[in-house]
Design a protein around this ligand. Structure first.
Ligand code: ZN
Length: 409
C-alpha cells in the first residue's frame, strides 16, 4: 500500500438532510474486508460535489453492513469523489473530476508528475482518489466492480449508464431500472470508461434529482442490490432484499429496457439554449416535435424516440440527448455474434475497413457506408473514438466477456 501513507486525510462535514444532523466524510467512507476469494466492490459517491445523495446513502448502508457483520466474500469499499466540491455543494471547483481520466492523466496522477502551479483542486482529488484505487488494485486479486453514484439536475426515474460490454450487461440487467448505452462516446474521459478498459465491471447509477430524499433512498436500494449481485453478500443476508428490489422497480415505473443514444444537441460557448418547458427524462417524443430553442431557432425531433437529460440549469454544454429502445432480440443477436467473434466479418461491410489490418479498430467512411453500419458496430461492442471529416474511428472494447487474468493497472 505504497500510496496510503502519503494520502491527505482530508475530512469534510456534510449535512445529512434525511437524518437532520451533520456527518463527517473522508475519502474512504468505509472499507469492509471479507474472505479473499471474492469480488472487490468499489462504490464512489460525490464525484460531482452538488450530488451528495450517493455519499449519504453509502454512509447509511455501510453503517448498517458494519453492524450486521456478514460473512463477506471479497471486499467492499465506499469512496468519496470530489471532497472540496462536496463541502461547497458545487459540481466542481476548477475542473470536472469525472472528465479527467485519460490514461496519460492517470499516469501523471500515479507518479504525481505535476508542477506546483498545475496543482488545482481536482488534480489533488484525482491523485488521492486514484492513489486509493491503485492501492486496492495492487493488493486485491479478485475481479473489480465499480459503481459510481450520481444524480441529475432534471427530475428523473433512476437509471444506469454504462459501456456496452457483456460483463456490464450481465450485472445491469439484474437491476430493475432502465439502462442507457453509449453516453461515454459523448463524455470525455469519465472514470468509468478508464476502469472499464482495464477490464473491470463499471456502471454509473443515476439515482434521481440532486439533493432529494428520494434519491438517497434510490441509492440505498441500489447499494444493497449491488452487494448481492456482486456476490459479496448472499441475498438472504441482505435485510429486506425484496423490498429494495421492489422499491427500485416501482421508482423506475417498471421500466428495465435498454436504450441507445441516438443524438446529442450540443451548446457552443456563447450560444443561447432554452429547452421547451416540461420535459422529464425518458419522456416520449414524436418526430418533428419542438424540443428546444437555440439562438432563436426552434429545434425539432428528427425521429420518434425519447428525450434524455434535457438541460434546465444555466451551465452545461449538452442541451439534450435523444434515445431509442434496443429490442431484446438485437441484444441477444449481438451477444451471440460477439461470442462467435463474428466481428471479423465487419470488414466486408460497405464503407467499413480495418485500421492497420486489425479488427480491433475499424474506420467507417460516411460517404460510402450504409446507415446501419454504426449500429452494427455498436452491437458488436465497438466504441466510437474519433471523427475526422467523413471518417469515424471505432475501437472494440478489449474486455467484453471477462476481465484480465492478472490485473496490471
Ligand atoms: Zn454526476
Amino acid at each position: 500500500m505504497k500510496n496510503s501513507k502519503t494520502l491527505k486525510q482530508k475530512t469534510i462535514t456534510l449535512f445529512d438532510f434525511t437524518e437532520g444532523h451533520s456527518v463527517q466524510i473522508s475519502r474512504v467512507i468505509a472499507e469492509i474486508k471479507g474472505r479473499p476469494d471474492g469480488p472487490n466492490l468499489v462504490f464512489i459517491g460525490g464525484m460531482h460535489g452538488n450530488e451528495p445523495t450517493g455519499v449519504l446513502a453509502l454512509k447509511h448502508v455501510m453503517r448498517h453492513v458494519e453492524r450486521l457483520q456478514p460473512m463477506l466474500r471479497g471486499n467492499v469499499y465506499a469512496l468519496a469523489g470530489n471532497l472540496t466540491a462536496l463541502e461547497r455543494g458545487e459540481r466542481f471547483i476548477e475542473n470536472d473530476l469525472n472528465r479527467v481520466w485519460h490514461a496519460d492523466n492517470v499516469e501523471r496522477a500515479r507518479k504525481r508528475d505535476y508542477q506546483p502551479a498545475e496543482i488545482i483542486n481536482e488534480v489533488e482529488e484525482q491523485i488521492e482518489l486514484w492513489g486509493k484505487i491503485d492501492d486496492l488494485m495492487q493488493a486485491c486479486s479478485g475481479p473489480f466492480i465499480f459503481v459510481d453514484l450520481h444524480t441529475t439536475s432534471v427530475k428523473s426515474v433512476p437509471f444506469i449508464t454504462m459501456s456496452d460490454t457483456i460483463m456490464n450487461r450481465k450485472f445491469a440487467r439484474k437491476v430493475p431500472v432502465p439502462t442507457v448505452l453509449g453516453i461515454e462516446e459523448y463524455l470525455s474521459e469519465p472514470l468509468l470508461s478508464y476502469v472499464n478498459e482495464l477490464g473491470c465491471v463499471s456502471l454509473a447509477f443515476e439515482g434521481g434529482q440532486h439533493s432529494e430524499t428520494e434519491s438517497v433512498q434510490n441509492h440505498e436500494a441500489l447499494i444493497w442490490l449491488a452487494l448481492a449481485y456482486s456476490g459479496a453478500m448472499k441475498r438472504i443476508e441482505i435485510p429486506n432484499f425484496r423490498k429494495h428490489f421492489e422499491h427500485l422497480r416501482k421508482r423506475a415505473l417498471n421500466n428495465d429496457s435498454v436504450y441507445e443514444i441516438r443524438s446529442r444537441q450540443g451548446i457552443d460557448p456563447g450560444q443561447l439554449f432554452q429547452m421547451m418547458p416540461g420535459f422529464v427524462n425518458f419522456q416520449k417524443i414524436k418526430r418533428d416535435e419542438p424540443l428546444a430553442r437555440l439562438d432563436g431557432k426552434t429545434l425539432h425531433a428528427k425521429e420518434k424516440g425519447m428525450i434524455f437529460m434535457p438541460l434546465y440549469q444555466a451551465k452545461g454544454s449538452d442541451g439534450f440527448f435523444t434515445i431509442r429502445k434496443i429490442k431484446r432480440f438485437w441484444l441477444t443477436v449481438s451477444y451471440v455474434f460477439r461470442r462467435l467473434k463474428l466481428y471479423r466479418i465487419l470488414r466486408y461491410l460497405p464503407g467499413v475497413r480495418p485500421y492497420m489490418k486489425s479488427d480491433e479498430t475499424m474506420v467507417v467512411d460516411k460517404a460510402t457506408a450504409k446507415w446501419y453500419s454504426t449500429e452494427i458496430l455498436h452491437l458488436m461492442g465497438y466504441r466510437r473514438k474519433k471523427r475526422q471529416g467523413d471518417l469515424t474511428l471505432f475501437m472494440r472494447r478489449k474486455f467484453d466477456f471477462k476481465g484480465p487474468r492478472k490485473r496490471k493497472p
